[in-house]
Each structure stands twice: as C-alpha cells, then as structure tokens.
Design a protein around this ligand. Structure first.
Ligand code: GLN
Length: 388
C-alpha cells in the first residue's frame, strides 16, 4: 500500500473535540469543547424557520451572500473604526476555523515561519503544519499571561511571515491591552510581518477590560488579516459561519483559497444570521452581562471548592491547577475526571508548547443550572480522584 501524506503525521486529532466524545461516553457535564447549551436568540431561529421556505437553498456567491456581507460590513465598520467594503474586503467562511486556515494559506509559503503565542488554541498548530509553515512559539507568562518584549523581538528577528494573535485569548482569557498590541504592531511594521487575528471572543470581554481590534491600530489595516465568526457571539457554533476581513488585494487571494476549499458557507444559515448581525448595541451588552454572571458564578464555585485557577479577562475559559493530584499526564487526569467526577475538561498540554501537565481547561458557556451541576460534582473531586 502507498503511504499516507507526511504532512498529516505532525499532528493528532483535536484533543478538544476528542474530549467532547469522551464526556459523552461517560455522561459527564461537558465543559471541554467551548460551545453553549443554551438557545441562540429567538429571532435568529424564527428567521431560520422562514428561510427554509424561501429561495436560499442553492450556493450563495462563493465569498458570501451579498446581504450577509453588507450586514457584516455595517456591524464591523462601527467596531473597527473604518468603512469596510462589503464587496472587496470580506470573505465569508465555514467558521473561523476555515478563516484561519485560508488566511494562513493566503500569506505563507511552505517553509515560512509564523509566530504563535503559547498557550495557543490547538488549531494553530495544525494550521501551520497543513500550510507547510513553521511555528516560532513565544511564551505568555502567568498570571497575567504577559509576553517578554525581548523574546517577542527575537522571534521577529527570525523573519516570520506572520504572527497569529488570538484576542481575547483562548485558553488563558487574556485581553491584550492597547499598549501590548502597539508593541506587536511596531514589531510587525519594523520586521514587515502580517498579523492574522482570531477575534471570535470579541464580544465576550469582562469589565474593566476592553477589546481593541488589531486592524484598528495606526498603520495596521494594511498588514492585518482579521478572522472571526458568529459562533460565540450568537451561540450558533453549529452554523459554521466565519469570515475574514482584510485589504482588497489580500481578500482577492483569500477568496481563491476559500473557493477551492469549501466553495461557500451554508446559504440559508447566512441569510438567517443577518438578523443577528443587525441587532442593536443592547444585544452585545446583554451578552456581556450574561457571561459576566456565568463567570462570577463559576469562579465563586471553584473558590469555594478551593481549586487554584485563572481569572479570565475575556472569552469563557478557566485554567485549573491540578498539581495537588500528582498526575504526570493531564490527559489521563481528564479521562478520570470525566469518568469518576463526571465533568469534561481539556488537558492543558494541548495548548502549551512548553512541558505543562498541571493545568486543565474548563469553560462556562453553559446554562447556570449546568454550571451548578458541574460545581456539585467538582465538590467531590478530592474524594473521587485518588492523589498519586
Ligand atoms: N473554540 C472552541 C474551544 O476551544 C472549540 C472550537 C471548535 O471545536 N471548533 O473549545
């Protein structure tokens, strides 16, 4: 038999998504893969029902339905502080997963280097390998997950083609300050590097932190490929609606990559989602309030149990310190946690370049009663998991 491709040997299946399957197998409360168990906004579902009876069942334009791009351009123009052209500066993709992959393939050649902060969302590892690029990892140091400017500049000196910026950050919950982003921007300028952003948690930021769009920094529009999605903002992770926003000449290339990868995102779902893109500011305020309540509820529960954890500034993930259990493998710990405690988590090692085995990630994008159930189960963690 001929051998299979070399490029697939460099990575495993997604541990995040594997943990969902393991959680389901043990009937655990699944706080591993980050998606909500509450309903999307009613108005979106009602519009979706209407759309099934309208004429949206064939391909949309490959780079996104006109109506969707116009609504998206209007929303993001206000947020990003510039007039985004719906006809030239947007590609609609199948989730930001495709957006990131298409962005990588748009800017890198095999052998090019790409700067990635560690910890990082696991897709970036596979994205770099699949596009033939080579990651240069730059550590973010807890508890604030700050980078060291000299280490970052040392990475830039290796002549990378791009830097990947997840802001707000999954899994560490960091919201980069304006000053930190300015440092990255100055280095991107100095070393002539692209910045590919993943901003899917743009609307999930806790007071007093504020999200700054990297593309809105002085001089950065030209070199930023902004990726995001509707998944987290409208609680529709299964709809797979994401997008790239960038200058026209970059979008021209991204359109080609996207067209041959997937042709297009689902037409009826794009049409229904326009309803959400046209929501007023109060929707985003309510979303923030809802997630703030969940975060506070969950953090208090963890504090009552006495587990050491991070406090997210944005996104909906918490890293828990499991050193006290003495496990060498955090993957094994997560399996035992799902089986014996009944809570699904993601091993921290799938996010860190460094040898980190004492952290696990939980998310709180769940109904309050689901979070309470998870906390009830976690209360018995020290009885159910024998220390090693
Ligand atoms: N971003 C989510 C997480 O980190 C998962 C996204 C996905 O599985 N596509 O859990």
């Amino acid at each position: 038999m001929p051998t299979l491709s070399k490029r697939t040997e460099g990575f495993t299946d997604s541990v995040i998504r594997r943990m969902t399957r393991i959680s389901n197998q043990y009937g655990a409360v699944n706080l591993s893969q980050g998606f909500p168990d509450f309903e999307p906004p009613r108005e979106l579902l009602e519009r979706l029902a209407e759309v099934t009876r309208e004429d949206f069942h064939q391909y949309s334009i490959t780079w996104g339905a006109q109506n969707f791009r116009e609504a998206l351009a209007e929303k993001q123009s206000k947020l990003m502080g510039r007039n985004i052209d719906p006809n030239g500066e947007i590609v609609v993709t199948c989730g930001s997963t495709e957006a990131m992959m298409a962005a990588m393939m748009t800017v890198t050649n095999p052998g090019d280097k790409v700067v990635v902060f560690s910890p990082f969302y696991e897709n970036y590892g596979a994205d770099t390998i699949l596009s033939g690029a080579e990651p240069i990892y730059v550590p973010l140091y807890p508890p604030e997950f700050n980078f060291n400017v000299d280490e970052l500049e040392a990475a830039f000196k290796q002549n990378p083609k791009a830097l990947i910026l997840c802001n707000p950050s999954n899994p560490c919950g960091k919201v980069f300050t304006y000053d930190e982003l300015k440092i990255i921007a100055d280095l991107a300028q100095k070393y002539d590097t692209f910045v590919i952003t993943d901003e899917v948690y743009e609307h999930i930021v806790y007071e007093p932190y504020k999200h700054t769009y990297f593309a809105s920094l002085p001089g950065m529009w030209e070199r930023t490929i902004s990726c995001s999605s509707l998944s987290k903002t409208y609680s529709i992770t299964g709809w797979r609606l994401g997008y790239i926003i960038a200058p026209k000449h970059i979008i021209e290339v991204a359109k080609k990559v996207h067209d041959f990868l997937t042709v297009g995102a689902a037409a009826p779902l794009q049409e229904a989602a326009v309803k959400g893109l046209r929501f007023g500011d109060d929707y985003y305020r309510d979303l923030q309030a809802k997630y703030t309540e969940k975060r506070d509820l969950f953090l208090k529960g963890l504090d009552d149990i006495g587990i050491v954890h991070t406090v997210p500034q944005g996104a909906y993930y918490i890293l828990l310190d499991i050193s006290e259990f003495g496990y060498k493998s955090d993957l094994e710990f997560c399996e035992v946690l799902a089986r014996d405690v009944g809570v699904g988590a993601v091993p921290g090692s799938s996010f860190f370049r460094e040898d980190v085995n004492h952290l696990i990630r939980l998310h709180f994008a769940k109904k309050n009663e689901t979070l309470s159930e998870a906390l009830n189960r976690l209360e018995h963690i020290r009885k159910k998991i024998v220390k090693r």
